[in-house]
Design a protein around this ligand. Structure first.
Ligand code: NAG
Ligand code: NAG
Ligand code: NAG
Ligand code: NAG
Length: 790
């Protein structure tokens, strides 16, 4: 009985909710007359916004709506930032239906007050004298159209998203299209000298670094607040008279106004619009075209990636802030100019894409301690074809001297082959790795007295070799481990013992049957020893004596991950935040191996046994015994199958092995950690042997939720789904569809989203499963090392 009652009440509530929401939305009109006030409070009809299927918690309170029979429309109203309780007065494109029963997926295309958001209870006052005024909750004026006394008789939102104030002859007195923000809507005209200015970030809507401006000889894309630097340009023939650009269905058209004639200068083709379409200069400097899809607005085209824009830089280093200020981009991987511990340091060791900063900030008070250092083998995006130099035709010494004498100069670009063009830069953004480029990049650093010596040597950034691990004698390690008595475990290549060197606890690995000669072993130790990352177990030392080969690692007190996730009898399972952190730590470690090291290194045996946890449950990847150097741009053909059944990517069968096999194994580890069981578990009923198969079946049959509940993860349901989704992307059978580890890291940090659909990625798994099952079935079910050729 109580159930029926609850059900009844729920239905009642639903009807109540629906009736008030639809009722108020359907009253929306596209226009209004003066002497109207709209108060931004919760009495007003609103809708929570959702984007890409996820509720982003922003609130939309529409005031005016142009109702089309289509399922997308433009509205004007208040729009809240999901991160703060603060509002824009904005025009947004949104999804709705002809009866306007719902609104979602709103995207801001214009706003009045992005530099000064307003609070709840702010109001929009369409004053009797024709002025449209935005007042904050305290009554202060934040913005206005300044149109009082100009005969305004109404305000209107048009079908193409233009907010218009008009007089009694229907003449436009003021329109939002004349005051563009970061978005250009289909049908909108950009006049000469008008600009789009990006937001600072997706959550910070204040004016950002990027600007796109129409000038008399082209469209310029700039980065930087002061002394903006051109990073792209679309050329137009220079003409007398002013020019303008129109964004129409399928084209960008540029016209010159010659007395009264409009002469077409240039047409650039764009993708045709299916319905509402807009382009936005985004906080990463890309100009992207957006269109409606079944699951929200999607970017369908990157306008400046087109070869008609100059210069065309190879993606993905083709934008100025991809690796932040002072960062170096190498095929999308970021680093700081060497030596990282010298003059420059990453802003965040774990987010290298945020860029670098000077260890000692420049001080204009001690200009005598300024030096310029060369960053070798990089190029900078400023193209002498597009940008006039600061100084022309002086030699390199005079160019650098000019920068040293000018305190606002932070870096120099010297283009020898362009008639000695000298650029003094007040800010330096991302440089791209480019051997043999003709321009030289210098950055200004502040030295203290001790450091002065180091710099004066040639003025170059010295590259400090990473210290080699310490060499120990066998006797020393025997003592350190109390004659190898405290065994920690058995790994792929030998046994591991606990030891103590000085006051440091260590793990000593005694390698079995290493056939390698001394030279090869030392070479391997040098490689491993030069790899330093917080999420990689550090090699402290080694021993090579007669036939003995030992490696000394930092000690990880909580042992390996498998102990924690597969041990059902223990009541100490890891909570979700810990598991989540382990995913991120592991991903960062792998990302470093794959993308940030000098060489591309594939681990080739990622599994919970090789993920170690320290006292704070921070995860580090261990056992580089299987790590193999892989040349850039080239897959290494492996002659032997390596790794562990259950974690092997399908391409092991075809022998084309890249670091993508680690991404596959990582996906498996994530799923194992979520569900607390091995991928291959022969203690399960036969239909459940294979975890990946099981998950795929559950997604098809709708049983995934139940499976998550059984793992007691229902409290973190959304995040768990995201992790399953991410893992699914990683285990796709086609290795080139798997995301790179840096993308995985970004997704884990919430800086990127998974673009595909959950069902879709798991549909892409089957071949992998069949092949893996087939492969696994041919090997014993115990997790032994696969070593022989197949
Ligand atoms: C919203 O503002 C209106 C007009 O001032 C007022 O009548 C109403 O009580 C307010 N609602 C809330 C929840 O503050
Ligand atoms: C744009 O043009 C294409 C091709 O002519 C057409 O199919 C499409 O409907 C047009 N879109 C709009 C929004 O008018
Ligand atoms: C820069 O490039 C040159 C030519 O390819 C190479 O010889 C040199 O080692 C590179 N320098 C650095 C520091 O990588
Ligand atoms: C000083 O440097 C800035 C750029 O950092 C440049 O714009 C300016 O023209 C320079 N001043 C002189 C006098 O060279």
């Amino acid at each position: 009985m109580p159930y029926l009652l609850i059900l009844f009440m729920l239905i009642l509530l639903l009807i109540l909710l629906l009736s008030c929401a639809c009722g108020q939305f359907s009253n929306l009109k596209p226009n209004a007359e003066p002497s109207t006030v709209w108060i931004n409070n919760s009495t007003y009809a609103y809708s929570t916004n959702s984007n890409a299927g996820r509720d982003d918690r922003s609130i939309i309170r529409p005031i005016l709506l142009y109702n089309t029979t289509d399922d997308v429309a433009f509205a004007c109203g208040f729009f809240s930032n999901p991160s703060f309780d603060a509002f824009l007065l904005a025009v947004f494109a949104l999804y709705t239906d002809p009866n306007i029963t719902y609104m979602s997926y709103a995207q801001v295309v214009w706003s009045a007050n992005r530099d000064r958001l307003v609070q709840s209870n702010s109001l929009l006052d369409f004053h009797a004298d024709g002025d449209l005024i935005l007042r904050d909750a305290d009554g202060s004026t934040v913005w206005s159209t300044n149109t009082s006394g100009r005969g305004v008789v109404g305000v209107n939102i048009t079908q193409s998203g233009n907010l218009v104030l008009f007089d009694k002859r229907n003449t436009i007195v003021w329109q939002s299209f004349e005051h563009p923000t970061d978005t250009w809507v289909l049908g909108q005209t950009l006049k000469e000298r008008q600009s789009l200015i990006s937001n600072t970030s997706t959550v910070n809507w204040t004016r950002g670094l990027y600007r796109l401006t129409l000038l008399s000889d082209g469209v310029y894309a700039y980065v930087g607040f002061t002394d903006p630097q051109v990073y792209h340009k679309l050329y137009l023939d220079k003409v007398n008279g002013s020019i303008y650009a129109m964004y129409t269905n399928g084209t960008l058209d540029f016209f010159a106004i010659n007395s009264t004639d409009h002469v077409r200068l240039r047409t650039v083709n764009l993708p045709f619009a299916s319905s509402i379409q807009f382009m936005r200069l985004e906080s990463d400097g890309h100009l992207r075209i957006y269109e409606r899809t079944a699951v929200g607005w999607k970017s369908i085209y990157d306008v400046m990636s087109d070869k008609r824009w100059y210069p065309s830089r190879p993606s993905p280093c083709n934008n100025p802030t991809v690796c932040g200020e002072y960062g170096i981009c190498d095929y999308g991987m970021c680093s700081c100019p060497l030596p990282a511990d010298g003059y420059l340091k990453p802003l965040n060791d774990r987010k290298l894409y945020q860029g670098c900063s000077l260890v000692t900030p420049l001080s204009c008070q001690s200009i005598q301690n300024h030096r310029l250092v060369v960053v070798p083998n990089v190029s900078y995006f400023i193209d002498p074809d597009n940008t006039e130099p600061t100084i022309k035709g002086i030699d390199e010494n005079n160019c650098t001297q000019a920068c040293l004498e000018n305190c606002s100069c932070k870096a120099v670009l010297f283009a020898k082959y362009y008639d000695n063009y000298c650029y003094l830069l007040s800010q330096i953004f991302t440089m791209a790795v480019n051997e043999g480029d003709s321009s030289t990049v210098y950055i200004k650093v502040q030295v203290n007295k001790e450091a002065q010596m180091k710099v004066s040597v040639g003025g170059l950034l010295a590259i400090i070799a990473g210290g080699l691990p310490t060499r120990f004698s066998f006797e020393e390690l025997k003592q350190a481990t109390e004659q190898f008595t405290k065994k920690l475990g058995q790994g792929g290549f030998g046994s591991v013992y606990e030891g103590q060197i000085g006051d440091q606890r260590v793990a000593v690995k005694l390698l079995d049957g290493v056939g390698q000669g001394k030279k090869e072993f030392l070479a391997e130790v040098e490689t491993i020893g030069s790899i330093h990352h917080i999420n990689l177990v550090r090699l402290i030392g080694f021993c090579v004596e007669k036939s003995n080969r030992l490696l000394v690692y930092e000690y990880m007190s909580n042992g390996s991950l498998d102990k924690w996730i597969f041990n059902k009898s223990q009541d100490n399972s890891l909570d979700w935040p810990t598991r989540r952190r382990i995913f991120a730590d592991t991903a960062r470690g792998l990302c470093y191996l794959h993308e940030d090291c000098r060489y591309r290194i594939a681990h080739l045996d990622i599994k919970p046994h090789n993920i170690l946890l320290n006292d704070k449950f921070e995860a580090k990847i261990s056992d580089f015994g299987l790590a193999k150097l892989i040349d850039r741009d080239q897959s290494q053909v492996m002659t032997r199958l390596r790794g562990t059944p259950g974690y092997l990517a399908p391409e092991w069968l075809t022998s084309i092995i890249t670091e993508k096999v680690d991404i596959y194994s990582f996906g498996v580890v994530v799923l194992e950690t979520i569900f607390g069981r091995r991928n291959l578990d022969y203690s399960q009923p036969e239909e459940n042997f294979h975890l990946l198969q099981l998950i795929q079946d559950k997604i098809k049959s709708g049983g995934l939720t139940e499976m998550i509940n059984q793992s007691h993860l229902e409290l973190n349901f959304e995040d768990v789904i995201l992790m399953i989704h991410l893992a699914g992307c990683c285990i796709q059978s086609e290795s080139n569809r798997r995301p790179s580890m840096s993308t995985v890291v970004k997704i884990l940090e919430g800086a990127a989203t998974v673009e595909t659909d959950l069902q879709e990625v798991f549909d892409a798994v089957p071949i992998a499963i069949r092949e893996a099952v087939h492969l696994d079935a041919s090997t014993p079910p115990s997790a032994t090392q696969v070593s022989g050729p197949r």
